[in-house]
Design a protein. Structure first.
Length: 137
């Protein structure tokens, strides 16, 4: 992290948050797959999204790559629940992951899904994911 980037803080054990671009982009670094941590993050994100003011786009990057954490079926269910919240809020969610079979399955499942107001996309590079999110600023 460079000196110009905002400080990262730990939400709960194994999950760190960082607000980028004056709070317009939320970066979430995930280093655990434990359900209590996933639930804590889900509650925090739900509260933040429920307070979000359209037309500002919801822009979030979930970084699984730096820790090597994997997307579990439980996390996938929580993501599906979250995607349905606040259909009036448009935006993008970038998932930064390692290149492997599980990632490919996640990418395929998202590509074939119904049109959503918040686009989900898998990336293998953090900087490319941020550039994609910044297109809406």
């Amino acid at each position: 992290m460079s000196e110009s980037e905002p400080q990262e803080w730990e939400l709960t054990r194994g999950i760190w948050l960082q607000l980028l671009d004056e709070g317009a982009i939320l970066a979430v670094r995930i280093a655990t797959i434990e359900r209590p941590a996933v639930d804590c993050l889900s509650r925090w994100l739900e509260a933040r999204l429920n307070a979000w003011e359209p037309p500002q786009p919801w822009l979030v990057m979930y970084d699984f790559k730096t820790s090597g954490a994997m997307l579990t079926p439980y996390m996938r269910r929580r993501i599906d629940e979250f995607v349905r919240l606040r259909p009036d809020v448009s935006g993008r969610s970038a998932f930064v992951m390692r290149r492997d079979a599980a990632t490919a399955l996640f990418e395929i499942s998202q590509a074939g899904g119904p049109t959503r107001v918040r686009t989900l996309r898998v990336w293998f590079d953090r900087q490319q994911a941020l550039a994609w999110l910044r297109e809406l600023l």
